[in-house]
Design a protein around this ligand. Sequence first.
Ligand code: PRX
Length: 650
Amino acid sequence: MSEQTLSNLMQENRRFEPPADLAANANVKEEAYARADADREAFWAAAAERLDWGRKWDQVLDWTNPPFAKWFVGGTLNASVNCVDRHVEAGNGDKVAIHWVGEPDDDARDITYAQLKDEVSRAANALTELGVRKGDRVAIYMPMIPEVVVAMLACARLGAPHTVVFGGFSADALASRITDCEAHVVITADGGYRRGAASALKPAVDEAVAKTGDLVRSVLVVRRTGQDVDWDDSRDVWWHDAVDSASAEHEPEMHDSEHPLYVMYTSGTTGKPKGILHTTGGYLTGTSYTHWSVFDLKDDDVYWCTADVGWVTGHSYMAYGPLANGATQVMYEGTPEKGRWWKIVQDYKVSIFYTAPTAIRTFMKQGREIPDGYDMSSLRLLGSVGEPINPEAYVWYREVIGGDRCPVVDTWWQTETGQIMISPLPGVTAGKPGSAMKALPGIAADVVDDDAKSVGNGNGGYLVLKEPWPAMLRTLWGDDQRFKDTYWSRWPGLYFAGDGAKLDEDGDIWLLGRVDDVMNVSGHRLSTTEIESALVSHPKVAEAAVVGAADETTGQAVCAFVILRDSAGDGGEDIVEELRRHVAKEIGAIAKPRQIMVVPELPKTRSGKIMRRLLKDVAEHREVGDVTTLADSTVMDLIKGKEGSASSED
Ligand code: PRX
């Protein structure tokens, strides 16, 4: 969102007050803020009581060795028992856990909590049979099918941390994640359905496994599409052979509250993705509490989070949060083709809907006639996540999708925070289009300047978190030092999120996007450095610089500037396409630059640092800013002269 739009909106100060009927029903009332402020640990302890524990904790929080937090110290629990077994034991075995909708028409399945319990137990037994033991890591590379949830919960049941890799990532990206967390087992599928066709997954797994030496012992494969796959008898096992025949009885072990639950790789400011480690008790407390409070979850709600399970939103608000709360939810395999989402809302009477601004902006472009053709009167609450929501998209979402009656919760959080941190509470907090409003009860956020001083109302600065929270990352997998350096070194005692933010005159928080080298494309997090490394690994490229340029639909888009090696000449006619394909191969199609410009030079300071700010000006078709600190100020003329040549924008 530009500063201009933001200030216009803030001046307009448009506010949606919480609906009175919702206020009367809200799971969490206004007093929660004061209660949490008065005793933060008691507040989170009460939230943890919502779960079933094998053994109660002795201490809520151990923060004696910051930034290494321990929550619910001495407590034991099992995440899969909390997500499944306890609902069956409470008599809700027949309640639908997942209304699964496949992409091909009439391909749908309802899975009750009792069925889920049997499946998870079977899968846990099958994984044990394959040699998976407590503490072993398991990589999961799957489409949006129920088996992915079963696989995650089966791992959690055994205490084997999973690492789910988004199915859109390349074989190389999968291989580097398998290697980093030393996974001996990979769970995958032959493929999945997307955009009307079957796509393949198993070949990427074969390629990735081949790159990891003899690390991977077994590959468990779900047959989803029936397409032909290469098969290695010594390693590959069909899910239907191993899981379907396994016993549905599985005695779960209670794991320590701090036992690792999963590792999720995410982009940082360097080339190497970071393995964010989440543990069990605090994570489940934070996700289940926020899912219940922010979405004001009721027993008869039908909840739908459209995120892919390969991202953290799919972990916290598709898998663990809703299932720990015993919710009924929709899971959809495909992409948001015109009208399909709204038909699902209509058919399943979805009441709570959670998606990303990019999707909303895409629907806005397609026109309101499409959603207007469906009955969406079942909706009562809308959520947004992943990137700043521009006020226009917020208002459209509220009016067109929410029929002007559903409050919108704009939820700010990160892979690292594990749980929603900043968001209105429906029925309690007013909403302002474009603002995530305020930190949830039990969360201490602030906006500070370079000296870590609070900027105060009406000013902008850096978003920080001042107190530990239950679902916070515990470290980066195998790299405590990088964990400290990345998040805790800028200001002592403060977690630096990497986001810029502004406090308005009422003290409400407006997120302004990343202030580091992380880009946000369609709510997906990408690192400029990682894409630069991918480009430079191409034999024709000498140097590369990548910036995130503003994009109307995707929020930001990847724009690359490359210098070719002398030996490459002009690179050939298809150089731009060749490089885009190369990035897709190295990282995944989501990282493909929208635009690549082949340039003779890059703008650098005298100390050799690339001035991305100037490249961003070019990518956003703006007048180039101050060039006085450049070693050679004529460079920008050379680059501007190249605009339009050897570039692709599709
Ligand atoms: O820049 C913020 C943006 O997404 C980043 C976190 O990305 P990731 O770890 O992939 O998690 C995305 C899903 C939680 C943040 O640093 N972001 C996320 N939610 C919002 C947001 N920016 C503005 N408003 C939001 N609601």
